[in-house]
Design a protein around this ligand. Structure first.
Ligand code: KIV
Length: 284
């Protein structure tokens, strides 16, 4: 049975008590259901859905409408879990009013609990405006996939003193702007520890080591169903990809051999109706 849905205050208290919050991405109803049954503290409807669901090479093509549809499905699958909608590329970068309006769509149409957006100083006005409008907003720094072109690919960030300093000052600015939490991606653990220790809001990590207030993983990585590439920080807990191929093959073999459907998979005629049918057919 899922525990009670967490609030921002619960998440803050978890940080304050040193408890690790664990979350995972989900993009559809059934994954969300299983995440809730597994008692995840939060679910992120990540724009990684572009790669994991739609087969794009990155997250840039993902649209607002796609994010909303998938967030709606996740909300239906996990009504008692804190759900975060991920703002896709160009839904907040162009202007502050755009950012507020698009953030609002997640809350109004998909009933999410919070939204997340990528970037540091350059999206501070957007974070401030979204928070001022009464919405929970999470920052995301380090490897920010929407700007992977500028970063030179999906690469670890903050590995030099200078770039680590930039991340630390981005993190401080994000907290000051009113974010309720921050996600740090693909950054050395010692840098994330500084960020976690400097901020009073929860600092979560993916590929940022153990010194975080919580961890998030992409469901397709945990399940072993994302085949395009495997980042260093991924631990596959299952090989559902192979298991799925095996299940599909077994079904096809059975159907080709005529052993599926078996008797137990078929419907019976109502008693006495078969005899009536054959009599009717004979008269024709
Ligand atoms: O889109 C996503 O899934 C993310 C991950 C880095 C957690 O933002």
């Amino acid at each position: 049975m899922a525990k009670k849905k967490l609030s921002r205050i619960d998440l803050q208290q978890m940080k304050d008590k040193g408890e690790t919050a664990v979350w995972i991405t989900a993009y559809d109803f059934w994954t969300a259901q299983f995440a809730e049954q597994a008692e995840m503290d939060m679910i992120l409807v990540g724009d990684s859905l572009g790669m994991c669901v739609y087969g794009y090479a990155g997250t840039v093509p993902v649209t607002m409408d796609q994010c909303i549809y998938h967030s709606e499905a996740v909300r239906r699958g996990a009504p008692k879990t804190f759900v975060i909608g991920d703002m896709p590329f160009l839904s907040y970068q162009v202007s502050v009013p755009d950012a507020v309006r698009n953030a609002g769509r997640f809350f109004k149409e998909a009933e999410v609990d919070a939204i997340k957006l990528e970037g540091g100083q350059r999206v501070i006005e957007q974070i401030k405006a979204i928070a001022d409008a009464g919405m929970l907003v999470m920052g995301h720094i380090g490897l920010t996939p929407q700007s992977s072109g500028q970063l030179g690919g999906f690469k670890a960030q903050g590995r030099t003193a200078e770039t680590a300093m930039e991340l630390i000052s981005d993190a401080v600015a994000i907290e000051k702007a009113g974010a309720f939490a921050l996600l740090v991606e693909a950054v050395p653990p010692e840098v994330n520890k500084i960020i976690r220790d400097r901020l009073s809001i929860p600092v979560y990590g993916i590929g940022a080591g153990v010194h975080a207030d919580g961890q998030v993983m992409i469901c397709s990585d945990v399940l072993g169903i994302f085949q395009a590439f495997t980042p260093k920080f991924v631990k596959k807990y299952e090989d559902l990809g192979q298991k799925t191929v095996d299940a599909f093959r077994n079904y096809a073999d059975d159907a080709r051999k005529g052993v599926f459907p078996a008797d137990e998979h078929t419907y019976k005629m109502v008693e006495g109706e078969w005899e009536k049918l054959t009599a009717l057919l004979e008269k024709k």
